[in-house]
Ligand binder design. Sequence first.
Ligand code: ADP
Ligand code: MN
Ligand code: MN
Ligand code: MN
Ligand code: MN
Length: 363
Amino acid sequence: MTHATIPGDKQLMEKYMGLQQPNDGIMCEYIWIDGTGEGIRSKCRTLNEEPQKPTDFPIWNFDGSSTYQAEGSNSDMYLYPCAIFKDPFRGGKNKLVLCEVFKYNKTPAETNRRKPCNEVMERAKASIPWFGIEQEYSLLDYDGHPLGWPKNGFPGPQGPYHCGVGANRVYGRDVQEAHYRACLYAGVKIAGCNAETMPAQWEFQVGPCEGITMGDHLWIARYILHRVAEDFGIVVTLDPKPMEGDWNGAGAHCNYSTEAMRKDGGVKEIEKAIEKLSKHHVRHIKAYDPNKGKDNERRLTGHHETSSIHDFSAGVANRGSSIRIPRQVAEDGKGYLEDRRPSSNCDPYSVTEVLVRTTVLDE
Ligand code: ADP
Ligand code: MN
Ligand code: MN
Ligand code: MN
Ligand code: MN
């Protein structure tokens, strides 16, 4: 098996990475979401001046027939730069640039969920929606087996691993540490991180982010995660139930508030929002994974700190409900709610869009 991180490789790389980069050669990594709605693709080009805003980047294109996005006979797709971050892999003035995908006829690609999300966020701007997403993920070996698990068996049952410390409790902390630093460097609004309930499962949080920036920051944080793990020769999966059996799945809890919810007495607004959410459970489930609820079926079983995919429920400090009001929020009488339903592989643009549609725009 070929392995990306043969010791020594990285040392050899230093020789080249140490070469001085000319001032008029800025490397810009264009990043987009492929036709699966969860896969990330990227390619790089040189700009002669440091770009400052998305419109400083030229619109570019790619071969959509190789990314599940177009037929070979009409395969050119357009990349419209929409959000810039510093490149933590190349450093210097180099950039990561997140792009929206458009088809040959300039209509948005099916998996360009940012465009409709942005329209909704514009219309709901006055409510000042904030989001914070808890991204859970699992680390795997090249063979698809969870990192650090015995090859011919299982680790001991869940219990010691959540927020665990020690070589027999957590597997792959280096990935998390490197990712945290890289996100801070890039300008991603990363809020924190922890080891999760299943061994080799981790979480990081991004937020609070206003409106469209939630999706932008989370997608770039995911790009950075896959890219960091690549350096370590470790595979990241956002599958919502990587291991069948008595092992926790992976979610992307979405914490959400409007200005009214954050003000004194805002818990009344939170309750109103929950009432509205209760009437649109199916619509939300369809928006909470890239396969219209199919992926989440394996995860939202009513066990392992989840609610059943078939029922809507809400409660204070209840981690077995669809919506949880954090205990502190109930005590303060204001704050935010937590929607526990989104799958780890959800598109945050779809999740935040439908939350605002249901609770602010009453659609
Ligand atoms: P949990 O207790 O469910 O594990 P975490 O601490 O992992 O919660 O994540 C909480 C998330 O909620 C963080 O990303 C944080 O940025 C976000 N958050 C905090 N306050 C608000 C708010 N008022 N509106 C939206 N999100 C918020
Ligand atoms: Mn080519
Ligand atoms: Mn959390
Ligand atoms: Mn968690
Ligand atoms: Mn949570």
